[in-house]
Design a protein around this ligand. Structure first.
Ligand code: IMP
Ligand code: MG
Length: 217
């Protein structure tokens, strides 16, 4: 059973850089910390338990969306194996693969999504596919990706996303498993980037104006 995402309110009085450690080389790029890494870890453990309860007797195939989803998948992989080890119920083995899904947003074409895989998509036939994504914004990437995957006859396709952004541009898509509902701000860290920078921070952070200026193309 999936649990409701933790709601991070708009204008959330987040933790300051004086209260949580961020790498010195990123100090001026970060405005504040909205979800500390310890809280992310506790929430990912619970999401993984929800997933384990639903999938332990299924033919689970994780599909990690790179690059942003890599940290989330790393932690899910760790916790899932721990539940397998510690649970007295018999559980089936799982498999996994990686995908790149890039969406292009401009005024004339939203929902134009490019997909590339590390393995042949024919491998998902008959499997219970669980897409592992960092953040759902408009929802276009996930809707398009699921549409593509369904052509290869998996038994089921669902999405686990660490974050769901509250935006008026949402197409209404809701992932089955969601960690946190976050305000409409640009977030970085825990695998998420701004033009390939700031992925390597453990906390989830809001970027500063200085950081936006420095890293925007
Ligand atoms: P969507 O298709 O609009 O839902 O876009 C989702 C994708 O956009 C995510 O997989 C991220 O790669 C990227 N994205 C959206 N919002 C953010 C953010 O705040 N920080 C980092 N990446 C983001
Ligand atoms: Mg992504």
């Amino acid at each position: 059973m999936a649990s409701e995402p933790i709601f991070i309110p708009d204008n959330f009085v987040a933790y300051s850089k004086e209260q949580m450690h961020v790498p010195a080389h990123y100090d001026e790029d970060i405005k504040s910390i909205i979800i500390p890494s310890g809280t992310i870890s506790d929430r990912v453990e619970k999401l993984t338990k929800d997933i384990f309860d639903d999938y332990h007797d299924k033919n689970l195939h994780f599909l990690c969306v790179l690059k942003g989803g890599f940290q989330f998948f790393t932690d899910i992989n760790h916790f899932y194996k721990r539940f397998q080890r510690n649970n007295y119920q018999v559980s089936n083995p799982f498999s996994f693969d990686f995908a790149r899904v890039s969406s292009y947003h401009n005024t004339s074409s939203t929902g134009n999504v490019k997909i590339s895989m590390t393995e042949d998509l024919k491998n998902i036939e008959g499997k219970d596919v669980l897409i592992i994504e960092d953040i759902v914004d408009t929802g276009n990437s996930m809707v398009e990706f699921m549409k593509e995957l369904k052509q290869y006859n998996p038994s089921s396709v669902e999405v686990a996303s660490l974050l769901v952004k509250r935006t008026s541009l949402s197409n209404g898509f809701k992932p089955k498993y969601a960690g946190f509902s976050v305000p409409n701000e640009f977030v970085v860290g825990y695998g998420m980037d701004v033009n390939e920078k700031l992925r390597d921070i453990d906390h989830l952070c809001i970027i500063s104006d200085k950081g936006k200026e420095k890293y925007s193309n």
